[in-house]
Design a binder for this molecule. Structure first.
Ligand code: PAJ
Length: 288
């Protein structure tokens, strides 16, 4: 396994692979890898086989964090991530520094952005202004540096995957997207690098996200008529906020592809929610 830290070197390598008609799969991450990320690596390998190449990018992208978010304290452990990638059979780890990704050349600042204007408005986009501009910009840059045939994203960040899919379509990136299933701990909590902030009994309270999705599934599947979104939302919110440290940020019901909000929620609708558990903001989602 090779670690590449320079953007130019990554692009040179990618162009060499392309000239040899070697297929390339990219798994973009912010590092601090867990079993969720590693399941995407396996999915990537399955997509390109051997002698295809699997690239994992490790980059805590500053432009997708708000000014009061955890960019500075986001956990970083390159050596551990490299070891996990080597064991998982990754070919190349791409771990650029900020100066590689956002160079300010002779005082001229970075000033070109990729902005998706429709699917980015609600949910994560509303709660985290500017977040998706950072995501689409860095993913577009990674696509241009790694030149992947395939890129793998996790269903855990459902809106993010939908937005990247729209960007690929709208800007004609020659990249096939694969959505990998959300990996969970045995008790149902979706794996996330931020779970390490859940100390003491916050960990147990964090299970409310998954439980809310399951409660919504039961209510929707058991109903004779599709329940109103507003009614369902307040039922879930009440249940979640029975936990002392849990506070709902949003609960949304929407069409799984267009992300159009739904007023009546029937089977096949998608639910996404964000909940603060203590100071940690967690997200989850599921098909109803
Ligand atoms: P990060 O949060 O590190 O996640 C990297 C990828 O892993 C994303 O596609 C995410 O959906 C997926 N993932 C996270 N938890 C998962 C789980 N429990 N099961 C399956 N997949 C999971 O998402 C980002 O980084 C960044 O926004 C990025 C796309 C890298 C752009 O900076």
């Amino acid at each position: 396994m090779r670690t590449v830290t320079s953007a130019a070197a990554m692009q040179r390598l990618a162009r060499r692979w392309r000239a040899q008609a070697t297929r390339v799969a990219l798994v973009p991450t912010m590092g601090c890898l867990h079993a969720g990320h590693l399941s995407l690596v396996r999915r990537a390998r399955r997509a390109v086989g051997r002698p295809g190449r699997v690239v994992v990018s490790l980059y805590v992208n500053p432009t997708q964090f708000g000014p009061r978010e955890d960019w500075k304290k986001y956990p970083r452990d390159l050596v551990r991530d490299q070891r996990l990638c080597r064991t998982a059979g990754v070919d190349v780890v791409f771990a650029p520094g900020d100066a590689q990704m956002y160079p300010s050349v002779e005082g001229e600042a970075f000033s070109t952005w990729v902005i998706e204007e429709e699917l980015s408005k609600e949910m994560e986009g509303r709660s985290r202004p500017g977040h998706f501009r950072g995501v689409t910009t860095v993913v577009a840059k990674l696509f241009n540096l790694v030149l992947p045939d395939v890129a793998v994203f996790g269903a855990k960040d459902y809106q993010q995957a939908a937005i990247v899919r729209r960007m690929v379509r709208d800007l004609n990136f020659p990249v096939r997207l694969i959505l990998g299933a959300t990996q969970r701990d045995a008790d149902g909590l979706a794996l996330s690098s931020r779970n390490r902030y859940l100390v003491g009994n916050l960990r147990r309270q964090a299970l409310v996200l998954r439980q809310a999705v399951q409660q919504a599934q039961a209510l929707v599947r058991g109903a004779r008529f599709p329940p109103a979104a507003a009614w369902l939302r307040s039922a879930l919110k009440r249940r979640i906020e029975q936990h002392r440290d849990a506070r709902v940020d949003y609960i949304e019901f929407f069409h799984p592809e267009t992300l159009q909000a739904m007023r009546q929620v029937g089977p096949g609708a998608h639910l996404a929610l964000a909940v603060f558990v203590g100071k940690t903001r967690l997200i989850d989602n599921g098909r109803l």
